[in-house]
Design a protein around this ligand. Sequence first.
Ligand code: F6P
Length: 346
Amino acid sequence: MRIGILTGGGDCPGLNAVISAVARRSWDHGHELLGFTYGWRGVIDDTTTPLTREVVSGISREGGTILRSSGDNPAHGGDRPERVMATIRKHDIDALIVIGGEGTMKGALTMWRDHGLPVVGVPKTIDNDLPGTELTVGFDSALAIATEALDRLATTAESHDRVMVCEVMGRTAGWLAMYAGIAGGADVILLPEMDMSVEEAAAVVMKRHGQGRDSSLIVVGEGYDLRSTTGLFDGVDVEQQLDAYGYPRLGGVSTHVAGAIEKITGFETRVTILGHTQRGGPPTARDRALASQFGFLAADLVHTGDFGKLAAHVGNKVTAVPLEDTEGDARVVPESQFEFVRSFMG
Ligand code: F6P
C-alpha cells in the first residue's frame, strides 16, 4: 500500500512520535509512506515530502512536526474535496492517516463520508477536548509545562507577597487549567465551564491572606468568561479576533482578572500568559508513549482496511472508535468534576 500522512491544526509535542510509530509499523507491514505538508493544505495543493528511514530516524523526541501544519481542511468547502481526491489519485494513495484535532477531523470525516477516501484519524491537541477520546497527544506535555510554570510562579510570588495570575490555553475546555491548577497547587482555579465570579476568587485570596498567607496563585483557562457579581467587568470588551479559519483567537482574559483581583483585595497582582510555550519543546515520556500506541494502532487499522476510525484512548485503553465519535461539541470538564476542583482551592 501507499499510505499518506499529515498533521493538521495547531501543533503540539508528540506529533513526530506519531509519525515515527506509523512509519515503523507500516514499513514492517511492507507499505510505503508519503508525507503531505502543512496538514490538509498539502493534500489540497499537492505538496509532499518523502518519508524515508533517514528522515524519520530519531524524531520521536522532537517537538513540532516535521510535516509542518496549517488549519485548512476540506470541510471548509469550495473545490477542496475534489482537489484532495485529485492529489490522492495522482500519488496512488491507498489510505490517509490524519493526525489532528477537531477541525482536522472534520476534514477527515467529510472526505471519508462524502467522498469515500479511506482515512484513519489520530487525536492530538493540548486542549484534550476532542470528542471520542479521553486523551489526546500533546495534552500531557502542555500540562507538564503549565505545572512547572506554576511551581516557578509560586516561589517568586512568595518572595514578593504577590498574587500571581497564570493563564493557560485550552479554548472552551478547562482540562489544562484544572489539572495544572491541582498539580501546581493553585489557590484559585478558574475554568471556562465553572460559574465562579472574580469576587469569589478574590474572597478565596482574602481568606488565605487572613490566615497568614502572603501570596496566592490563580490559574485561569483562556476561555474563562469574565464573571463579576458587582459589575467589575462592565464595558470590558475582551478582544476576539478571528483566525484565518474563523476560530476566535483567545488569550488575555487574565489581564482583566488580575486587575479586578488587585482592585478588590488591594494585593499586588501580576499576570503571566503561558501562550505557545505550552505547545513547544519536546514531548513528555507519557506523550511519546501515547503517540507511539496511537501510531501503531493507526498503521494496523490501515493495514487491515479498517477505515473511518480514530485511534482513541477510552476507559484507560487504546482502542479504535468510529470517526463519527469526534463530531459534536468540544469535550469539556463535566459538572461532576466541579466539587473535586473546588476542594483544592484556598
Ligand atoms: O487548540 C490548541 C490551541 O493551542 C488553543 O489552546 C489555543 O487557543 C489555540 O490553539 C491557539 O491557536 P494559534 O496557534 O492559531 O494562535
